[in-house]
Ligand binder design. Structure first.
Ligand code: NAP
Length: 498
């Protein structure tokens, strides 16, 4: 086997070593003997250089017509499409999700690149009538300057693209810090951005620890906006730091997403939707279904069917196309899930799973059996706290109102779904779920990039990714009035009776 490559930072259009002279490893979670590569342990000094490069590139990039910026996004999206299989395989190797899902992750990157490329010819503001004669009134978007982008490992290509594409098309330059569990995915993206022809300094990559590189980006006064996706705990610390500087901040944080299954639901469809949402990406999606709220008359039957299907899921390396569930991302994730299994045993009935899976090749990876708890109380810790693993809690409830109260009874509010054949119940649910995303007769995952993505309550701070509203994070509004009357006209005064 050849020596794993040493990868570099990307600053001012050049691949460079960190001033630290240190590196860290990224390993395959399905087989920790497989080292994906060595990556630069970036420092605050590297961030300062990246910010300087982004600042120097900013004037020229802002002045580039937005449709021209959009053309580079198109080129980048086309390159991602051309390299889709290579990118997906690299992703599965580095963070574990099965290949079909890794291809989906790359596809999300392509979709947002093409969507935002089109925004280069829109970036709409409003043109509205003025209340005064011979006067023009309009609002326009302008870039903020430098965008600091900090991302998690679970969607290691889609999420950076969700952030970088709207930032870039609206004229910002970027300093990007990826998760230390997925630096190779980030490096591959940056290589394609370079190949697409973005000018030097427009995009900069600094790998390294969150507490060092992430903090330095958040604290840098020249970084105008921070777009962060990750845990609510990290989001809170970033919000405090950014708040002290009154810095624009978009947070996309944790979830505890519920599927409600009413007594009239198509149970086969519900089981399909729940399994995909609960155990896809080994339960490590912000939109993963970790709670099923089951109407009492069908609760036992639903648990029986779920347990039967769950016990037949194949675990292993996601590079093998026959595998349903890949590994957890690292040893700390295995420990965290195991801790919650112990908590769950004291709170509810363990129906299936509940342990690490080893034996043969699995001995070398972070595999954990998909797990179901039944008879879970809505306020149990396993029903309230984000476990971020393949653990599903089934909560019995009596009818729509009790089910909806349980679904909304958490601090999180990202995604929710309901399975029912009753159109009235479906419309009530669309109104009643306290979440940013709602599905009817589908699981809690599967967002499309042209609609807003994000959550209520502790899942975020009110911003949204994707859709044209993503531009709101990366642009400042300017209202422009042009008076061509040739005389002084006073709004709210000259057009009112005195
Ligand atoms: P995390 O531990 O919070 O890390 C996220 C990113 O923040 C990483 O790049 C991390 O760097 C960095 N970081 C850590 N400490 C930092 C600090 N003090 N300042 C600045 N940056 C810092 O989250 P994760 O484990 O990667 O991702 C899982 C979480 O993300 C889950 O809670 C999940 O629900 C959430 N998520 C939310 C969404 C959404 O859209 N709502 C989507 C996907 C995931 P290091 O890797 O170097 O520590």
């Amino acid at each position: 086997m050849s020596e794993p490559a040493v990868h570099q930072l990307f600053i001012a259009g050049r691949w460079v070593d960190s001033v630290s002279g240190a590196t860290f490893e990224s390993v395959n979670p399905a087989d920790t003997r497989d080292v994906v590569g060595h990556f630069q342990a970036g420092t605050a000094a590297d961030v300062a250089m990246a910010v300087r490069a982004a600042d120097e590139a900013s004037k020229g990039w802002k002045a580039t017509p937005a449709p021209k910026r959009g053309e580079l996004l198109y080129r980048f999206g086309a390159l991602m499409a051309e390299h889709k299989e290579r990118l997906a395989r690299a992703m599965t190797r580095e963070m574990g999700k099965v290949l079909a899902e890794a291809r989906g992750d790359v596809q999300e990157g392509i979709d947002i690149a093409f969507l935002m490329a089109g925004e280069g010819r829109r970036l709409f503001g409003d043109t509205v009538p003025s209340e005064l004669p011979d006067k023009w009134a309009m609002s326009i978007r302008q870039p903020l300057g430098i965008a600091g982008i900090v991302t998690p490992w679970n969607f290691p290509m889609a999420i950076p693209c969700w952030k970088m594409m709207p930032a870039l098309v609206s004229g910002n330059t970027v300093v990007f810090k990826p998760s230390s569990d997925a630096p190779h995915c980030a490096t591959l993206l940056i290589e394609l951005l370079e190949q697409a022809g973005f000018p030097a300094g427009v995009v900069n990559l600094v790998t390294g620890a969150g507490g060092e590189v992430g903090d330095a980006i958040v604290d840098n006064p020249d970084v105008a906006v921070i777009s962060f996706t990750g845990s609510s705990a990290t989001g809170r610390t970033i919000a405090e730091r950014a708040g002290r500087r009154l810095k624009r901040l978009s947070l996309e944080l944790g979830g505890k997403n519920a599927v409600v299954v009413l007594r009239d639901a198509d149970l086969d469809l519900a089981v399909d939707g729940i399994l995909w949402s609960a155990f896809g990406t080994t339960g490590q999606r912000c939109t993963a279904c970790s709670r099923v709220i089951a109407d009492k008359p069908i609760a036992d039957e639903l648990v029986r069917r779920l347990a039967d299907r769950t016990s037949r899921l194949a675990l292993g390396s996601g590079l093998d196309e026959s595998i349903d569930v890949g590994p957890l991302v690292n040893a700390a994730a295995v420990e965290k899930v195991a801790r919650y299994i112990e908590i769950g045993r004291g709170e509810a009935e363990l129906v299936c799973g509940g342990a690490r899976v080893t034996g043969g090749e699995l001995d070398h990876g972070h595999f954990f059996a998909p797990t179901i708890f039944a008879g879970v109380g809505p306020m149990a810790r396993i029903a309230q706290e984000e476990i971020f693993g393949p653990v599903l809690s089934v909560i019995p409830a009596d009818g729509y109102d009790e089910a909806m109260a349980a679904a909304n009874g958490t601090h999180y509010g990202l995604s929710a779904s309901i399975f029912t054949r009753d159109v009235n119940a479906a419309f009530r649910a669309m109104r009643d779920f306290e979440t940013g995303i709602v599905y009817i007769n589908a699981g809690t995952t599967g967002a499309e990039t042209h609609l807003p993505f994000g959550g209520w309550k502790d899942t975020g701070n009110g911003h949204r990714e994707a859709g044209h509203v993503a531009l709101d994070t990366f642009t400042e509004w300017k209202s422009v009035y042009v008076d061509f009357s040739g005389r002084l006209q006073r709004a709210q005064i000259d057009n009112q009776p005195s």
